[in-house]
Every structure is written in structure tokens, then in C-alpha cells.
Design a binder for this molecule. Structure first.
Ligand SMILES: C[S@@+](CC[C@H](N)C(=O)[O-])C[C@H]1O[C@@H](n2cnc3c(N)ncnc32)[C@H](O)[C@@H]1O
Length: 265
């Protein structure tokens, strides 16, 4: 594990208020905060969106979850939320950060009736996920599965084929399965902030330091042909908030769009 280079999971952990980050992650977080001062609010709202989406699906009867881009363990991990609704829920976590692997045991503490597994794999190689022993042993791919891609698609660049990757994963799942996606967006950024983000992307030496922020139309494209759960794709803070009357950050503060949809085929 190279701790001299920043990594998204550790940076995200820093913004969420966790303890699993190194100097390189904090330096990189500070650089991003200059471009987007509300990024820590955005991370926290993204995490809450994840929890609400999993709870919504579990309450709708979904019992299996494939959570790719898991991140470091944090309150309301997928199995905690899903098994809180039904203790028999099953979860496979997937991430490509070795530090997440180190902490995976914390992700595996599910209920005795349910099952959780962890797989060290890359979203850009979906067959290594779909054909893994972890997926085979944990999920029944003849029954609906929720594919969670929360706050991970912005690390998938255009030449990785983001839409094809999502489609490939969905093609392996039966009707009644669902997709959860959130992606950082440029939609609410003033032009000067957008220019800073673009310059940072152009400067980034390592591919993994680049991000692909997406517009509303580009995020909606992940859900082509699927039945979106109301209210559709929107700011993650506005997706079925727990208390609609309570104040929440504006779309410009959050700068992330998300949605949840079912496969009806
Ligand atoms: C911002 S965190 C999101 C964590 C979690 N999904 C959540 O919503 O709280 C993004 C995670 O995606 C992982 N990641 C980035 N690129 C990936 C890839 N190509 N394959 C698998 N995981 C990836 C990072 O390691 C990190 O843990």
C-alpha cells in the first residue's frame, strides 16, 4: 500500500470525519477544497443518499446488494442498513483500494442469517466481479440484485467506457434488479470554478487523480431504459430526504447528482 499517494477512499474518509487517512490524502483533500469549499458537505450528503437508497430498496423487498466502490467502513454500511430491514439480506462489497481490503473484516460483520463478502477488484473489469467466487457464493443472480455505484462513477473516465460498464453489469442481473448511481456534477458550478476543476484534471499526472464530473443528462444516461424511482435524478441531498421540511444543502453546495431505478425487462 503506497501511502505517499492520495487515494479516493481515504480522502472521502477524511471528509466524512473518519480516521483512516494519511498526509498525502489530506493534502489532496485540501487542494480539492480550494476548488470546491463545500466538498465535505457533499461527501456527507453523498453518504446519506447511499443510506436512504439502500433503505428504500430493502423496504421495497430487495435482498441482495452488489456495492462497488464501497469505501472505507463508515456508519450505515450497506449491510447494516439492509440487514436492519431484513437480517437475511446479502451484500458483496467491491473496491480497488488496498486500504479498504485491510478494513474489510469490519465490512463482514453481518447478521448470522444474512451474508456479506468482500472482493478486491476493479469496476473497470466487470467480469472479474461477476465471475468471482465471492459473488457466486453470496448472491443468487437469478434473484433481484441492487447494483450500487455510489460516488464511484466520477473515477471512471470516458475512455473506460462508463456506460458500457454499467450496462454489462446490469445485463448479468434479472428483472426486478435495480441501479443506484451518484456522480459529482458540474451543473451548479460557476464558470470560474469549472475552469479550476478542468485545469486540475489537465494537470493530474496519475490517471486515478482525474475525475469525470457529469451533467444531469450524462447521469440520466446511466439509467436509460430503466424505471426511475421518483423524483428521478436530482441533487443527492434532494433524493427522498428523511425529513423534507428540514433545511438541507443546496444543489450548488452538494454538486452531486444521484438516482435509483429498477430494471423492468
Ligand atoms: C468516494 S468513495 C465512495 C464510498 C461509498 N460508495 C459511499 O458512497 O459512501 C469511492 C470509492 O470508490 C473506489 N474506487 C474508485 N475507483 C474504483 C474502481 N475503478 N474500482 C473499484 N473501486 C473504485 C475508491 O477506492 C473509493 O473507496
Amino acid at each position: 500500500m503506497d501511502t505517499s499517494q492520495p487515494h479516493p477512499a481515504r480522502r472521502y474518509n477524511y471528509w466524512l470525519g473518519g480516521k483512516d487517512h494519511f498526509q498525502a490524502d489530506r493534502d489532496s483533500a485540501a487542494m480539492i477544497e480550494q476548488m470546491m469549499p463545500t466538498v465535505s458537505v457533499a461527501a456527507k450528503e453523498g453518504r446519506k443518499f447511499h443510506g436512504r437508497a439502500v433503505k428504500h430498496l430493502a423496504e421495497a423487498g430487495v435482498r441482495q446488494f452488489l456495492d462497488i466502490g464501497t469505501g472505507l467502513p463508515a456508519p450505515n454500511n450497506t449491510h447494516e442498513v439492509a440487514q436492519g430491514v431484513d437480517p437475511t439480506a446479502r451484500v458483496v462489497y467491491v473496491d480497488n483500494d488496498p486500504l479498504v481490503l485491510v478494513h474489510a473484516r469490519a465490512l463482514l460483520r453481518g447478521t448470522p442469517q444474512g451474508r456479506t463478502a468482500y472482493l478486491d477488484a476493479d469496476l473497470r473489469r466487470p467480469d472479474t466481479i461477476l465471475r468471482s467466487p465471492e459473488v457466486f457464493a453470496t448472491l443468487d443472480l437469478d434473484e433481484p440484485v441492487a447494483l450500487l455505484l455510489v460516488a464511484v462513477m466520477h473515477f471512471i473516465l470516458d475512455d473506460d467506457g462508463p456506460y458500457e460498464l454499467v450496462r454489462h453489469l446490469l445485463d448479468a442481473l434479472p428483472a426486478g434488479s435495480c441501479l443506484v448511481v451518484s456522480n459529482a456534477t458540474t451543473d451548479f458550478m460557476p464558470p470560474e470554478q469549472l475552469a479550476i476543476v478542468e485545469a486540475a484534471n489537465a494537470r493530474a499526472e496519475r490517471r486515478e487523480d482525474r475525475v469525470r464530473l457529469r451533467s444531469q443528462a450524462e447521469v440520466e444516461r446511466f439509467f436509460d431504459g430503466l424505471d426511475l424511482v421518483p423524483p428521478g435524478v436530482c441533487s443527492v441531498a434532494d433524493w427522498r430526504p428523511a425529513d423534507p421540511q428540514a433545511p438541507r444543502p443546496t444543489p450548488a453546495e452538494v454538486c452531486a447528482l444521484g438516482g435509483v431505478a429498477f430494471l423492468s425487462r
